[in-house]
Ligand binder design. Structure first.
Ligand SMILES: [Fe+2]
Length: 562
């Protein structure tokens, strides 16, 4: 058994055994601190408990990243706590610019022999506290872990694995060829030329939270008009040379230059310019990599792979044949990626059947019933063997229903086990969700879950089964009314296509199809604003009471607020 751990931004743990991914969870779901950082003590315990294991049962531990700044925060964890509060804008910075200057200078320094040794000592010290005594240990390179996750979960035997993020182990990206498990790096993009940091700066300058609100910048860019290239002052910030990137400015100087542009630009235009720049540079990088290697099947990971608008543009390239985005593309997926990398290195294993992301813990019905009983002054509940029909009917009639069942999703998206469901066509539902439950900005779109067999009818560019909401598809003109609450202003949507991996969810969608003529619902993550997706039955009942949402299906229990 291999335990993968990640102790940075969006910390987490995963256990694999042979060719099976047994369990994977992120720290935020346990500590209830969104995108929590630090040693993933709770995630490790949750993984062990889920499988009924003890630390002795683990043969190998795979950690990730040993660059200078990561090592420093392992020695002084309080630095991480402070940065977490700053990044999430919970405290006001005393020396904002100095802190930023220092951060970017330090993070650009890669791993070395001493940082690896110190990191190993610091991580083993924490593992010892949990009872880990005798095990093999290795720290996997940051971008190798990103690439391994994408390559080994893609179902492809051979292809290109491209990674682009902010920074990790001195790099901000890489191009790799994978072939029957072997991953060979053919290009390394330095942290000094980081597209991820560029987009992070843009997010931050617009008053939003870095590493969290980049999707809002992308969404806002839809509400701007296009400008000619000569007026987009960001386009020359990066040059794509073959399979590499070159930034015009240092990270610190780039911040200052962006600030000047923002001063003279309306925010939505600023967002558009940044999105356009990111998209164009990525498209060029992918094109060049395909041309130079002659390989047309591509897998893609790293934080920047969460940009679904850029993903859609890349997928539409005639050069791209098969395509896969690792569903937990950001650093939250590193624990699993690192474990997989080591599983190949040690055991030669690399094939995983990754057709769903339900890798987290599950809670038995007795426990759900116990929690409901404890709250019986606030909720009434009944056992219903046909609960899917009831949920389908309620959603079709314009109600908002919480769906809590099975194993928790791994990654940022709720995929029908920790989801809020609503009508895919009702704009009123969308507004109610935004204003009363999710408390989100108005320009952030919601996404649909659909029956896979409806995909061709709904999307004009349907070409593969997208199960994880990592990709934009264009909605056909005639379907726009029926998809009104889950469509972006540019006519695209980011769907989850449901096949057989989630029988209960499928039944709900089938019932919605019977009632409305289309097997599609709005699906958004089940959480309180600013908090992670719910994990335990206590979490979900708490959200129901706090949001005052009337209906919930928790496994076979139909729950109604009193
Ligand atoms: Fe990363």
């Amino acid at each position: 058994m291999i335990l993968g751990i990640w102790d940075g931004h969006d910390a987490g743990a995963a256990i694999i055994d042979g060719n099976d991914i047994k369990v994977a969870i992120n720290e935020e779901r346990c500590t209830r601190k969104k995108l929590d950082v630090g040693f993933p003590k709770e995630s490790i315990m949750a993984c062990l408990n889920y499988l009924g294991l003890k630390p002795d049962d683990i043969d190998t531990v795979a950690a990730c990243t040993a660059d200078f700044s990561k090592t420093l925060t392992r020695i002084f964890p309080s630095m991480k706590d402070r940065y977490y509060l700053l990044r999430r804008r919970k405290v006001y910075p005393k020396f904002a610019h100095k802190q930023k200057d220092l951060k970017y200078k330090l993070t650009e320094i890669g791993a070395s022999f001493p940082t690896k040794k110190i990191s190993e000592w610091a991580i083993k010290r924490e593992l010892k506290k949990l009872g880990f005594m005798d095990y093999d240990f290795e720290i996997v390179d940051h971008h190798m872990a990103h690439a391994a996750g994408a390559a080994y979960c893609s179902g492809m035997k051979k292809g290109l694995a491209i990674t682009v993020d902010g920074v990790g182990d001195g790099l901000s990206g890489s191009v790799n060829i994978f072939d029957h498990g072997k991953i060979e790096r053919i290009s390394s993009i330095s942290a000094k030329h980081s597209l991820g940091i560029f987009f992070e700066h843009v997010t931050n300058l617009m008053g939003m939270r870095e590493l969290e609100d980049e999707g809002k910048v992308m969404a806002l860019s839809d509400f701007a008009f296009e400008v000619p290239d000569k007026d987009n002052k960001m386009l020359d910030f990066f040059e794509v040379n073959g399979m590499n990137l070159k930034a015009k400015y240092s990270s610190v100087r780039m911040w200052k230059e962006l600030k000047k542009i923002l001063w003279m630009t309306p925010p939505e235009q600023f967002a558009w310019m940044a999105q356009e720049t990111l998209k164009r540079k990525l498209v060029q990088l992918f094109k060049n990599a395909i041309k130079e290697t002659g390989i047309h099947d591509v897998v893609w990971s790293g934080g920047v792979a969460s940009n679904i608008k850029a993903n859609m543009e890349i997928r539409h390239l005639p050069e791209v044949d098969k395509w896969f985005v690792f569903p937990h593309m950001g650093d939250g997926g590193l624990a699993l990626g690192a474990a997989m990398f080591l599983n190949y290195k040690k055991n030669g294993l690399w094939k995983y059947n990754f057709d769903n992301a339900y890798l987290g813990p599950k809670y038995p019905e007795e426990e759900i019933e116990r929690v409901l009983r404890e709250h019986k002054s606030k909720v009434r509940y009944e056992y219903d063997k046909n609960i899917e029909k009831k949920v389908g009917d309620l959603v079709s009639k314009g109600n908002i229903v919480f769906l809590y069942q099975g194993r928790m999703e791994f990654g940022p998206r709720a995929l029908g086990n920790r989801s809020i469901l609503a009508s895919a066509s009702s704009l009123k539902c969308k507004d109610d969700l935004n204003l009363k439950i999710k408390k989100r900005v108005w320009y952030q779109p919601f996404c649909p879950s659909i029956l896979e067999e409806e995909a061709k009818k709904i999307f004009s560019d349907y070409d593969y089964i997208e199960r994880f909401m990592t990709m934009g598809f264009m909605v056909r003109e005639k379907m726009m009314k029926k998809m009104a609450s889950v469509i972006n202003i540019d006519g695209s949507a980011r769907p989850q296509m449901v096949t057989t991996e989630n029988p209960r969810y499928r039944k709900i969608l089938e019932r919605v199809k019977q009632k409305t003529g289309l097997g599609a619902v709005l699906n958004t993550s089940l959480n309180l604003h600013g908090f992670p997706i719910v994990n335990t039955p206590e979490d979900v009942v708490d959200v129901m009471i706090k949001t005052k949402n009337r209906y919930m299906a928790a496994e076979n229990y139909f729950v109604e607020l009193k």
